[in-house]
Ligand binder design. Structure first.
Ligand SMILES: NC(=O)c1ccc[n+]([C@@H]2O[C@H](COP(=O)([O-])OP(=O)(O)OC[C@H]3O[C@@H](n4cnc5c(N)ncnc54)[C@H](OP(=O)(O)O)[C@@H]3O)[C@@H](O)[C@H]2O)c1
Length: 202
């Protein structure tokens, strides 16, 4: 499947990480932040044009860690990555063997006109491949302002390439607090370096 310009879609990451960049513990989230989770759902389901949908790329563990209450999650295309699963998991739409195949779905005729944005929703390896993908333009990374004992971590975010935005549409500015935990929504935008050393953003 080709990743040509015509099939190109914005590819974005969304995660919440605590002070040590931890994102998960024992197959689940280390914290209980319902409003943060609602922000996640609202963000990945939002489209700018009627009739469009977003495509979500899930690692297998992340997919199975979802609460059953998340489903049905309306109007999104769910893609699960696994080299070992033999069937598409319940509630998912596609099973892909690697990241490239998942992104390549946007070149399929019946998907091409449907998908507006590709959202990479974890875990670690899937985020890493998302950050390295040439279509990646934004990273939504909630700063959970506390220390949690974690066993899965967000990959290194190169702050020379991903620049924190001071304001962003649909993203509250102020520090949030739930269950005694403070957190802040953040968006990082990828700078594109082109010849001539001019720093540009797409
Ligand atoms: N805080 C947050 O925002 C956030 C977001 C997402 C997840 N999480 C947490 O992170 C943890 C899950 O993340 P994780 O890193 O352990 O696991 P994961 O990425 O969800 O799942 C790992 C599995 O997914 C498959 N996989 C991943 N990348 C693949 C690729 N490029 N190609 C083919 N298959 C691929 C493999 O399955 P096979 O072994 O079957 O090949 C791999 O063993 C949970 O604790 C979850 O709650 C937190």
């Amino acid at each position: 499947m080709s990743l040509d310009k015509e099939n190109r879609r914005p590819l974005r990451l969304i995660a919440a990480a605590c002070s040590n960049w931890g994102i998960g513990k024992n197959g689940g989230l280390p914290w209980h932040l319902p409003t943060e989770f609602k922000f996640f759902v609202d963000t990945v389901t939002r489209v700018s044009r009627a009739g469009k949908m977003n495509l979500l790329i899930w690692g297998k563990n992340c997919w199975y860690s979802n609460p059953e209450s998340l489903f049905p999650m309306s109007d999104v295309v769910h893609v699960v990555l696994s080299k070992t699963l033999s069937d598409v998991p319940e509630h998912a739409h596609f099973l892909c063997r690697d990241f490239k195949a998942a992104v390549g779905l946007t070149s399929l005729p019946h998907i091409r006109d449907l998908v507006e944005t590709i959202w990479v929703v974890g875990g670690h390896q899937v985020y890493k491949e998302g950050l390295e993908h040439p279509w990646c333009d934004l990273v939504y990374l909630t700063d959970v302002m506390a220390d949690f004992n974690c066993d899965v971590f967000f990959p290194m975010l190169d702050r020379r390439i991903f620049i924190k935005q001071s304001r962003f549409p649909h993203v509250p500015d102020e520090i949030q607090e739930e269950n005694g935990i403070k957190y802040k929504f953040q968006v990082f935008k990828k700078q594109i370096y082109r010849s001539g050393d001019a720093v540009m953003t797409e």
